[in-house]
Each structure stands twice: as structure tokens, then as C-alpha cells.
Design a binder for this molecule. Structure first.
Ligand SMILES: *[C@@H]1O[C@H](CO)[C@@H](O)[C@H](O)[C@H]1NC(C)=O
Ligand SMILES: *[C@@H]1O[C@H](CO)[C@@H](O)[C@H](O)[C@H]1NC(C)=O
Ligand SMILES: *[C@@H]1O[C@H](CO)[C@@H](O)[C@H](O)[C@H]1NC(C)=O
Ligand SMILES: *[C@@H]1O[C@H](CO)[C@@H](O)[C@H](O)[C@H]1NC(C)=O
Ligand SMILES: *[C@@H]1O[C@H](CO)[C@@H](O)[C@H](O)[C@H]1NC(C)=O
Ligand SMILES: *[C@@H]1O[C@H](CO)[C@@H](O)[C@H](O)[C@H]1NC(C)=O
Ligand SMILES: *[C@@H]1O[C@H](CO)[C@@H](O)[C@H](O)[C@H]1NC(C)=O
Length: 377
């Protein structure tokens, strides 16, 4: 029960017993477009040069479609009862906030939905394949966008539907730098190692950055010449609105797409199995493969912490990809396994000049590291 993921697994599994979760859903037999009864979330998306068509840009787009207007009350009372009972955490003063953060857990995913988007200044509308359990992901061609600025995307809705469904496209060139960063306890204080504090930080508290990190990332944005920042977290995608808002405001100078775990509430068994298997290493490694597929010619600084599997994931990525990972930074979090034995195993076979373990008082100094010049510490 250490990660945000297992926290929610825990919560949802128990709520399922009370039948409070919307579990069953019917896959519509016919394809249809997003209509006024549906909610659509398009994740901020990375864009990259199309290897097959020079001058063309691909955007790796992911969308989630669910039914609207679901009552959150059963889910919320299930969760708050459970938190009260198991952790002694009373969230009755903050139910509005908790409801907002849990909202996507209460949605019913819709299959066979077509999502069509426009990206400003990038040519034609593009359509995802029909959703499967609410999700669709695909590389879409959006023509030439000139790869320099964040770009506004919108979902095409019917004429009577006036909702704003904007998302941001983050294009980046085939070369230059990128930064892959974890979120919980790397850039945001989440207390992953303490169930009670984790629950509070996730559901109730204002999100708080790890002291000094917004400045470090701001300085990287300049020294690495507008690198592609990509945030990779094992938290469930249902927390996306909360985390996106945090990154967009607190890390405005280093905003970027956020890759979260693609788990739907319709398949609780698989959520539980996933947590049991502690699949975080596999998940994060798959996300690094995903990024390497889009930006094979870039060099990435990877930033993480010692609470979960970041040292193991980044060590493995360096062994697998070599110079594609320019450097790995690991924050040593109090209470985590910070033993020499752990880091030696995680970075076995890796040149010590390729990674840096840092404590909180070393954070301000990270801004002075010449990562662009090939240094890691
Ligand atoms: C929390 O649990 C305590 C004791 O188990 C109970 O007295 C209290 O009413 C509960 N509070 C809420 C908000 O459910
Ligand atoms: C809820 O709010 C009341 C009034 O502001 C306060 O006295 C009480 O301590 C709060 N309870 C919790 C659990 O935060
Ligand atoms: C997300 O999950 C859905 C449903 O299991 C699946 O169809 C889809 O391919 C997944 N997408 C990604 C990016 O893993
Ligand atoms: C991209 O740049 C070229 C040349 O600078 C320009 O002709 C074209 O209109 C630009 N395309 C977009 C979508 O801004
Ligand atoms: C979405 O984009 C439109 C422009 O296409 C803008 O008018 C609107 O304010 C944006 N909405 C949000 C929520 O950002
Ligand atoms: C998108 O393109 C990248 C780079 O070519 C590739 O690695 C990846 O598998 C593609 N993803 C999908 C969903 O087609
Ligand atoms: C820390 O990690 C090492 C290497 O994986 C392991 O051998 C050791 O038992 C762990 N220590 C604790 C306290 O978990």
C-alpha cells in the first residue's frame, strides 16, 4: 500500500463490495460520435516529426469518453467511510474537493465512440479509432505545425454542444533534449510512504511542490533550450485533471504531457492484480519505450525519487538505451530504501557519472549542473 495506485486500488476494491461503483457498462454495438450526453477528456499530447514523411507532424493523441451526469455520492461515501475506518481520516469537511478529485472514478467508460479533433494551425481535423473501454490512443497526422510552440487543440462537437474541450499539443523537434519526470514525491509532495498523508495530499490538501523543484525545472527549460518535458506517473489516469492543473500552474515554465496509468474502473480485478504484481517498474519502462519511439534522436534527463521504482527503471533504461538517457537524477526521500545496496543494484553496470542521488538540501544546486554540456552532477 505504498503508491497512489495501490491506495486507490484499496479504496476501490472495498467500495466494490458495497456495489457503489458503476461497474457494468454496455458497449454500444454501433459506432457513434461524442454527443451531449458524453464526457470527453483529451489528454495533453506530445507531437513529433513523422519519420515516414519529413515535414509532417504526428501527435500521439489519447482520449477518454464516458457518460455524463453520474452521481458521485455512493463512491464518495464509500471512500470516506473507508478512510475514516481504516486511517481515521475524516474528509467530511472537504467532500466537495474530494468529489472533484475523484470525479473520473465515478464515470462509466463508453466504447465505440469516435473522437475527432482539430489542432490550431496544423491542417486538417483528425479522428481517433473508436474507443475501447473508454480509451483511444493513436498517432494522428496533423500536417505541418512548425514544431515551435504549444498548440491549442479542440474536440469537434455537435452544433448544439458548446462545451470547451481544449487540450494542448506539445510539439518537439527530433533532436535536442527532453526531461522525463516522475510526479509524486519528485516534483509534488505526496507522502507516498504514508497512507494517511498520501490520502490527504491526494484528496484534500492543496498540492505542494517539492521545495526548489519548480525553479530547477524552470532553469532546465532555459539551459536545455526548451526541452520536451514529459511527466510519467503510475497514478491512475482518473487523477489527471488534478495533476494537470498542478503542473500547469506550479510548473508553468516546464509544462508538458502527463502519462498516467491507463486503468479503467470497469476492470477492478485487473487493477487489483496490477497492484499485487507491483507493476510499476514494467509500467514506467513501457512509458520510456513509448517516449523512445517518438523521440529516438533526443537525449533525456530522467528525474525521479527513491519511494517507488525510479532508480530501477532509470538504471534499466540506461542499460537498454545508452546515451538516449543523458542522465538520471534520484531524490532520496526520507523513509524510503536509500541503502547503497539498493542503488548499486539499480544502477549495476551504469557509469557512475550518468546518475546523481540527491538530498533535499542539494536541490538548489541542481540548477547549476551543466546537463546540456554532458554533466550529470
Ligand atoms: C468516523 O468513525 C468514528 C468512529 O468509528 C465515528 O464516530 C464517526 O462518526 C465517523 N465519522 C464519519 C465522518 O463517518
Ligand atoms: C471541520 O471544520 C470545523 C469548523 O471549521 C473544525 O472545527 C473541525 O476541526 C474540522 N474537522 C476536520 C476533521 O478538519
Ligand atoms: C487503455 O486501456 C484500454 C482498455 O483496456 C485499451 O483498449 C487501450 O489500448 C489502452 N491504451 C493504452 C495506451 O494502453
Ligand atoms: C510553417 O512555416 C512555414 C515557413 O516558415 C510557413 O509557410 C507555414 O505557413 C507555417 N505553417 C504553420 C501551420 O504555421
Ligand atoms: C478553449 O479554446 C477556445 C478557443 O478555441 C477559447 O475560446 C476557450 O476559452 C478555451 N477554453 C478553455 C477552458 O481554455
Ligand atoms: C506512434 O509512433 C511511434 C513512433 O513511430 C511508435 O513507436 C508508436 O508505436 C506509435 N503508436 C501507436 C499507438 O501507433
Ligand atoms: C533495500 O534494497 C536492497 C536492494 O534491493 C534490499 O536488498 C534490501 O533488503 C532493502 N532494504 C530494505 C530495508 O527494504
Amino acid at each position: 500500500m505504498r503508491s497512489a495506485l495501490s491506495f486507490f486500488t484499496f479504496g476501490l476494491a472495498a467500495v466494490e463490495l458495497t456495489n457503489a461503483l458503476p461497474r457494468a457498462y454496455q458497449a454500444p454495438s454501433r459506432r457513434s460520435s461524442v454527443n451531449i450526453l458524453d464526457d470527453v477528456l483529451v489528454f495533453d499530447a506530445p507531437a513529433f516529426d513523422d519519420p515516414a514523411n519529413p515535414g509532417n507532424t504526428l501527435v500521439q493523441l489519447q482520449a477518454y469518453v464516458s457518460s455524463r451526469e453520474l452521481s458521485l455520492e455512493p463512491l464518495l461515501s464509500g471512500i470516506s467511510g473507508l478512510l475514516n475506518k481504516t486511517l481515521g481520516l475524516d474528509i467530511s469537511n472537504s467532500t466537495d474537493r474530494a468529489a472533484e478529485r475523484l470525479a473520473l472514478f465515478g464515470t462509466i467508460p463508453l466504447s465505440n465512440k469516435d473522437v475527432t479533433v482539430n489542432v490550431n494551425g496544423c491542417g486538417d481535423a483528425a479522428s481517433l479509432p473508436p474507443t475501447d473501454s473508454g480509451m483511444a490512443i493513436q498517432n494522428l497526422t496533423i500536417g505541418a505545425c512548425n514544431g515551435t510552440v504549444s498548440t491549442l487543440g479542440t474536440v469537434k462537437l455537435t452544433g448544439i454542444d458548446s462545451r470547451n474541450t481544449n487540450f494542448t499539443v506539445f510539439p518537439s523537434s527530433a533532436d535536442g533534449f527532453g526531461v522525463i519526470s516522475d510526479i509524486d514525491d519528485t516534483v509534488k509532495v505526496s507522502h507516498s510512504l504514508d497512507k494517511l498523508l498520501l490520502a490527504k495530499a491526494t484528496l484534500v490538501d492543496d498540492p505542494v511542490p517539492v521545495t526548489g523543484m519548480p525553479d530547477v525545472f524552470k532553469s532546465l527549460a532555459a539551459s536545455l533550450n526548451s526541452p520536451q518535458f514529459i511527466y510519467v506517473s503510475a497514478s491512475p489516469f482518473q487523477l489527471y485533471p488534478f495533476l494537470r492543473d498542478f503542473i500547469d500552474t506550479t510548473y508553468a515554465a516546464s509544462s508538458g504531457p502527463i502519462f498516467l496509468n491507463n486503468l479503467t474502473t470497469t476492470s477492478l480485478t485487473s487493477i487489483i492484480d496490477f497492484a499485487k504484481n507491483d507493476g510499476i517498474f514494467e509500467y514506467k519502462s513501457a512509458m520510456i519505450d513509448r517516449i523512445a519511439g517518438m523521440y529516438p534522436g533526443k537525449k533525456f534527463l530522467t528525474v525521479g525519487d527513491s519511494t517507488q521504482k525510479d532508480p530501477e527503471t532509470y538504471g534499466e533504461a540506461i542499460r537498454k538505451y545508452g546515451d538516449f538517457i543523458a542522465c538520471a537524477w534520484i531524490r532520496k526521500v526520507d523513509g524510503a530504501n536509500n541503502t547503497d545496496a539498493r542503488f548499486a543494484a539499480a544502477f549495476a553496470g551504469v557509469d557512475p557519472s550518468k546518475f546523481k542521488l540527491y538530498t533535499d538540501d542539494e536541490i538548489p544546486g541542481l540548477a547549476d549542473v551543466d546537463v546540456a554540456g554532458g554533466k550529470c552532477s
